[in-house]
Write a protein that binds this ligand. Structure first.
Ligand code: BES
Ligand code: MN
Ligand code: ZN
Length: 499
């Protein structure tokens, strides 16, 4: 849910009511917020900022009750820091921070004057990024809160952004809004508890993308058995809830163009199976479908903004439960690829799901590249914490593209190695491969395992166990689930796979 229910654009100088936010850059005082609307305040503002000690430092603000005689309730002067140093990340974060100040005022009408102080570039892209930040900051997962505080529940905010050129800003916002909706879809899927969101229910949510023109195909147990997906099915067999494999296809490119393939781990709940996890923190494993959520969210974004690219999203949906019928440590399964896998730990289940989902994807759709996203290992949290996802790739060009898209979208990635020597760690005398190489380099050996199912397709694996949920709250995310990966994947497609 969100209290921010409408963002619109108007031309700078349009009269505004309610709470008005003006920007001030550091070192330039507050003179730059002199629009027709607040010009009466200019002199006074300079004085108040001096007395209030407001310098325009980034993300500081000065909140003033508007003097009588003006049509406004309050005026918030928001600092954007030193001109000339502002990035897309900054504008997105400013949008989030300004939304937070507006929420505190409880206003239902607000206008932000995106009027560039001297030396600051503030075009349509920056305005759209700002709007996206506000929208993402406003997201709350409160669907199960039956008691909302008084009138709060009803109050919603209409936000107008005044810009130099509303037409181009609206166009940029159409795109950014589609991406934000994709992020929010991913957040909702991850936040949703596992009793509500099982494999069947998740597949139904993916089907809803049909209204955007995405072709959605759902494979059930019978079809997967026929395809010999014993690795995925082995994980699912301990749950009373049947697995699903969902294929989402967006055909926005030329018919002949090989698609970009996105593959997601969708373990709706990971108890560990027979190798059961300790009780402490196990509730977090409702988020073990964060990879599938990111892929679904990215498909939403790509379709909603009508990307001129062919993109397919494949998600493997299972629940990992201990049960009389659950698979055991020591079991050996034959994956769809023909590779035999010795299961040493039933808690290393994500790679088993991906083994069949990835093999199927490359075999059936012959993609130009394949990227899998998975909350795969606790070890990636040990290595990188919540601030970077781990990147592994068999292809330097793809890895470099992903690193560039990570920078551009503000969803950071850090590359970790793959090599033959790491690969040996998952050899076993009993089968072609074992599903865990033990504690050391746990994220790398997991990636080595996946690489065996990428065949020879340029492939990258993003271990998002640290970034999909539980990261520290920030300007644009106050929710447990972050929606990590949606902006990154969308950026990659936009920058490299679109005409
Ligand atoms: N879903 C977990 C990984 C995980 C841990 C995600 C913490 C998010 C937060 C995964 O299925 C798992 O259990 N991995 C094991 C692998 C081990 C048994 C080789 C792990 O990381 O401990
Ligand atoms: Mn596990
Ligand atoms: Zn898992």
């Amino acid at each position: 849910m969100t209290r921010l229910n409408k963002i619109s654009f108007a031309k700078i100088g349009t009269p505004a009511k309610g709470v008005v936010v003006g920007l001030a850059a550091q070192g330039l005082g507050t003179g730059e917020i002199t629009t027709g609307l607040v010009s009466g305040l200019t002199g006074g503002l300079a004085r108040v900022s001096e007395i209030g000690g407001f310098s325009g430092k980034a993300k500081t603000s000065l909140d003033l009750v508007a003097p009588s005689g003006l049509d406004l309730d309050r005026l918030i002067v928001f600092g954007i820091g030193v001109p000339g140093e502002l990035t897309r990340d900054d504008w997105r974060n400013f949008g989030g921070a300004v939304y937070a100040s507006l929420k505190k005022t409880k206003t239902e009408t607000a206008t932000v004057l995106l009027d560039a102080p001297e030396g600051v570039e503030l075009g349509a892209e920056e305005a759209a990024e700002f709007a996206m930040g506000a929208k993402l900051r406003a997201y709350e997962f409160d669907a199960y809160k039956t008691k909302k505080e008084g009138d709060e529940a009803k109050k919603s905010l209409k936000l107008t952004l005044q810009v130099a050129d509303p037409k181009t800003a609206r166009k940029a916002w159409n795109t950014a809004d589609a991406i934000a909706d994709g992020v929010i879809l991913a957040r909702n899927l991850v936040n949703e508890p596992a009793n509500v969101l099982g494999p069947v229910e998740f597949a139904a949510k993916a089907s809803a993308l049909e209204k955007l023109g995405v072709e959605v195909e759902i494979l059930g147990e019978k079809e997967m058995k026929k395809l010999k997906m014993a690795a995925l099915l082995g994980v699912a067999q301990g749950s009373v809830r049947p697995p699903r494999l969902v294929v989402m296809r967006w055909n926005g490119g030329k018919k002949a163009d090989a698609p970009v393939a996105l593959v997601g781990k969708g373990v709706v709940f990971d108890t560990g199976g027979i190798s059961i996890k300790p009780a402490g923190g196990m509730e977090e494993m409702k988020g073990d479908m964060g990879g599938a959520a990111a892929v679904t969210g990215a498909m939403h974004a790509i379709a909603a903004r009508k990307a001129k690219a062919n993109v397919i999203g494949v998600i493997g949906l299972v629940e990992n439960m201990p049960d009389g019928n659950a698979q055991r440590p020591g079991d050996i399964v034959t994956a769809m690829s023909g590779t035999t896998i010795e299961i040493l730990n039933t808690d290393a289940e994500g790679r088993l799901v991906l083994a069949d989902a990835m093999w199927y994807t490359q075999d059936k759709y012959k993609p130009s590249i394949m990227i899998d996203l998975a909350t795969l290992t606790g070890a990636v949290l040990v290595a990188l914490g919540n601030l970077n996802a781990g990147l592994f790739s068999n292809n330097d060009d793809l890895a470099d593209k992903l690193l560039a898209s990570a920078k551009a979208s503000g969803e950071p990635l850090w590359r970790l190695p793959l090599s033959k020597d790491y690969d040996k760690i998952i050899d076993t005398p009993n089968a072609d491969v074992k599903n865990t190489g033990g504690r050391w380099a746990g994220s790398i050996t997991a990636a080595q395992f996946l690489q065996r199912f990428a065949n020879d397709v340029p492939w990258a694996h993003l271990d998002i166990a640290g970034t999909a949920f539980g990261a520290p709250k920030d300007d644009i995310c106050q929710s447990w689930a972050s929606g990590y990966g949606v902006r990154l994947l969308n950026q990659l497609v936009a920058d490299h796979y679109e005409k």
